[in-house]
Write a protein that binds this ligand. Structure first.
Ligand code: PEP
Length: 255
């Protein structure tokens, strides 16, 4: 059974022009084979990133994808369009999409199916808001989001999905879940994957942590048994911080 490889992805949100994307790739450090790395620029910079990433080990991900291949869906981008420019994968169900753009578990499921249908590697985000954590509902919320996202999918499809656990209260706030809080949820997700998809899924599927990850906290988070990598927002925009987080990812040892 292949061992899971640490995976560090950067979500650039609505930051970086095409020119800034080019400059960013020029500062990219040499990457070893022991860690997978990806960046998710805005749609307008995707093609630039694909070109700049050629010959490197950096994957290029979109931040969203529509579930139809084409149609009257103003403002949306489809999986075949992403395929055409050589994009590798897509982030689905980010909390900012859920919070500001009406994303639901049902639309996450539809987008996920479209990504899988078109061989885009999906990162599916789940996470509780502060009131849900305070109310002791975190694990229930995570389970509901997972059930919704994976509705109708079987193990052979699920195995291609990366899950990002991102507590909403920790995104862009400077607040980070403690390593123990994060590990508890990651272990729960891994257990759920085993129940839902059988014993191979939890061994093979990667679960990233996201929420104010930065060089100062990345090491201890990545040391946790069930944290296989990170989805990094703010700190991924800075080449030096990003390089440090990737180094901690490379050091990750699975027991
Ligand atoms: C994110 O955008 O997925 C994220 C985790 O952002 P930040 O690292 O800035 O909290």
């Amino acid at each position: 059974m292949a061992q899971r490889k640490p995976f560090i992805a950067g979500n650039w949100k609505m930051f970086k022009t095409r020119e800034e994307t080019r400059v960013f790739f020029q500062a990219l450090p040499q990457l070893g084979d022991e860690v997978d790395v990806a960046v998710a620029p805005p749609f307008t910079a995707l093609e630039t990133a694909v070109e700049a990433a050629r010959g490197t080990r950096v994957g290029v991900y979109a931040q969203n994808v529509h579930w139809e291949d084409d149609g009257a869906f103003t403002g949306e981008i489809s999986a075949p369009m992403l395929n055409e420019i050589g994009v590798d994968g897509v982030i689905i169900g980010h909390s900012e999409r859920r919070q500001y753009f009406g994303e639901t578990d049902e639309t996450v499921n539809k987008r996920l199916r479209a990504a899988l249908r078109h061989n885009l590697k999906p990162i599916v985000c789940v996470g509780e808001v502060l009131e849900q954590r305070r109310g002791g509902d975190t694990l229930k919320v995570i389970e509901q989001q997972l059930e919704g996202a994976f509705e109708g999918l079987g193990p052979s499809e699920a195995i291609n999905v990366v899950i990002a656990y991102e507590p909403v209260w920790a995104i862009g706030t400077g607040e980070t879940a403690t390593p123990e809080q994060a590990q508890e949820v990651h272990a729960y997700i891994r257990e759920w994957l085993g129940k839902r998809f059988g014993p191979d899924a939890p061994k093979q599927m990667r679960i990233q942590y996201g929420g104010s990850v930065k060089p100062e906290n990345a090491r201890t988070l990545l040391e946790q048994e069930d944290i296989d990598g990170a989805l990094v927002g703010g700190a991924s925009l800075d080449a030096e911080k990003r390089a440090q987080i990737i180094r901690f990812g490379s050091d990750k040892k699975f027991s």
